[in-house]
Design a protein around this ligand. Sequence first.
Ligand SMILES: C[S@@+](CC[C@H](N)C(=O)[O-])C[C@H]1O[C@@H](n2cnc3c(N)ncnc32)[C@H](O)[C@@H]1O
Length: 213
Amino acid sequence: MYWEWKQNFARPGVYPGSFLVFWKMNRHHRPLQEFSMPFLKLPEKGRVLDVGCGGGFFIASMLKRAPESHFYGVDYSPLSVKKSRSFNHRAVKRGQVEIVEGSVSSLPFEDAFFDLVTASETIYFWPDPAKDVREVARVLKPGGMFAVCCDSADKAAAKKYTDHIRGMTVYSAEELSAFFSGAGFVNVECHSDSATGMLCVTGTLPEKAGAGN
Ligand SMILES: C[S@@+](CC[C@H](N)C(=O)[O-])C[C@H]1O[C@@H](n2cnc3c(N)ncnc32)[C@H](O)[C@@H]1O
């Protein structure tokens, strides 16, 4: 029963008790998001997307640091969409945060729309990460940044989860970097914390040819 409840981390709502999952996600992923924050190129006045936004905490933290930007969240769980909206309800009401239901494999946004895309504790569940990172690249502007934040990139240590949570795969820093490079990202960097195992991989899309940089 415990492991059935844990499936909610892959897709909240698949088993009763999701409210506790959101509480845990918003609390336990906070250190990872704080660790990752200095590596993010948050636009002063731009558009940011958080993929697999879950309980909506990361959006709220980034909004505090870039109060003139516009934030979007996407998640394939209707319950995550509801929770992210309610967690950010004031900003949603004034039109500064929009949360939509959708899959990373087919993002409901036009090409070259975002300055920054983030993905915290979610790539483990994506159906085809190499392809899905290319889909992220599609919605980023030239020069835009993608950041993947993971509590762990240690397959052996994560086995206690991957053995039980269906469809969960933990990727090494090398595998994550290869997804980025394969999707055309440059300046791919792996920022890791040796004490905790936390990892934030960042990469940027090349500027438009002829843009002068
Ligand atoms: C463990 S939660 C992490 C939530 C949040 N990003 C955080 O760090 O607290 C994973 C989230 O990713 C979402 N997710 C998983 N696979 C997805 C996919 N293929 N497309 C969109 N969202 C996905 C799940 O529904 C869930 O809300």
